[in-house]
Design a protein around this ligand. Structure first.
Ligand SMILES: *Cc1c(COP(=O)(O)O)cnc(C)c1O
Length: 388
């Protein structure tokens, strides 16, 4: 193998259990959008359900339909999908028993058209914009949306199964928008309840709110980053502080090791020049694989037990590391990031080095990198199961 992303499903299950222990009676929705933040959607969804998650969350309808196509039934998991456009596969989604987020009248109209076309009632979650400014109905539009949904429910066309919203700044403790959004969410719930809606779940919390704001848990929390074992609030605490373990390890085999003289330019643009006679190692991963070009001359890797830094530019398929005269062999393992307990950098270290967040580091790992699953269970056999 050139390179691989090792995905530890035992760690993922442990993370779900740690989150459930924290959220008490509230259920856990495992957010598996974007190919489970790069980890592989279906194996991660199955592992999360085994560990007690009862809901799955996706952004796009195609992601939600792929879960059902993989055999995850409505009895095994409710699936909520929240990013809709007019030409989305509304009918297939209604037929698949997927919960649909509705932020405005146009979306409710699409749902009702799909209900008429399929002869099946739909499950919908009304979304309020409590301050994020993305999707969701504004407070002045909320009563009308609620009334229209309630009328459709009375006709047996839909069931309003959820009321929900999303935080803007839950990762910044003390940010004034957090209590303001909680207040607006409670007001939106009160309007809906006064109109006669009795949803199965009211939900607001993402990973940072799940870890830091128990008052935001309501009936269900929607956890993405935390279930993949990374801290959404690295300034407040690391994974260990929350009982979490990073799930993905990104590693490769060195593709070249060679001696070069002092003053040798390295990679495009020669932004790095060897300061001494030294050894250069070639890592066969580049920005096509999701290694940020912003990691040029700053991304950390572990080779032969030592942290090294990317030397010069990250190219499409490869980057170079200056081993400072240390020996290494072609085929030796280079670890870009992992849980950290073998001394390797973490995705958080990469995020800091590249001026981004760990969400982006893991999610952008490209399709060219094969995923290898370890820590599978008997109930969920996967390649490499049991050796993690
Ligand atoms: C991505 C997403 C989440 C999960 O966010 P994390 O911070 O990764 O837990 C929850 N809810 C919505 C609406 C999202 O888009």
């Amino acid at each position: 193998m050139r390179a691989e992303a090792v995905v530890d499903l035992a760690a993922l299950r442990g993370n779900i259990r740690a989150l459930r222990a924290r959220t008490g009676p509230a259920d856990v929705m495992s957010v598996v959008k974007a190919d489970a933040y790069g980890h592989g959607m279906v194996p991660c969804a199955r592992a999360a359900l085994e560990a007690g998650a009862t809901w799955l969350g996706t952004a796009t309808p195609d992601e939600a339909l792929a879960l059902r196509a993989a055999g995850i039934t409505a009895e095994q998991a409710r699936v909520l999908c929240w990013l809709w456009t007019p030409d989305a596969p509304w009918e297939r989604t209604v037929e698949a028993g997927i919960d649909i987020s509705v932020s405005g009248g146009w979306a409710l109209d699409r749902v009702l058209a799909a209900v008429r076309a399929t002869g099946r009632s739909a499950r919908i979650h009304l979304k309020a914009d409590t301050g994020l400014g993305r999707n969701g109905a504004q407070p002045h539009d909320w009563p009308e949306l609620v009334a229209a949904a309630r009328a459709a429910e009375a006709e047996g066309l839909v069931a309003v199964t959820g009321l929900w919203s999303h935080f803007a700044c839950a990762d910044e403790p003390g940010h004034p928008s957090v209590p303001a959004q909680l207040t607006r969410f409670r007001e939106a719930l009160a309007v809906a309840e006064a109109a006669g809606l009795r949803p199965e779940v009211r939900h607001l919390a993402n990973s940072p709110a799940t870890l830091l704001l128990p008052e935001s848990h309501f009936d269900l929390v929607r956890t993405g980053l935390a279930q993949y074992g990374l801290s959404p609030v690295p300034e407040v605490g690391g994974p260990d502080d929350y009982g979490l373990r990073p799930v993905m390890t990104l590693q490769a085999q060195l593709a070249s090791v060679k001696q070069v003289p002092a003053g040798h330019g390295v990679s495009y643009g020669h932004s790095y020049t060897t300061p001494t006679d030294t050894t250069l190692a070639l890592v066969p991963l580049g920005y096509a694989d999701g290694v940020p070009r912003h990691a040029s001359s700053t991304g950390p890797v572990l080779i032969g037990g030592k942290w090294r830094t990317v030397a010069g530019r990250v190219a499409m398929d490869q980057f170079v590391v200056d081993l400072g005269g240390d020996r290494a062999e072609v085929g030796d393992t280079v670890v870009l990031f992992g849980p950290g307990d073998r001394g390797e950098p973490t995705a958080e270290d990469w995020a800091r080095a590249c001026g981004t967040i760990s969400y982006e580091i893991i999610t952008r790992i490209g399709a060219r990198v094969p995923r290898r699953y370890v820590g599978g269970s008997a109930a969920d056999p996967v390649e490499g199961g049991g050796d993690g």
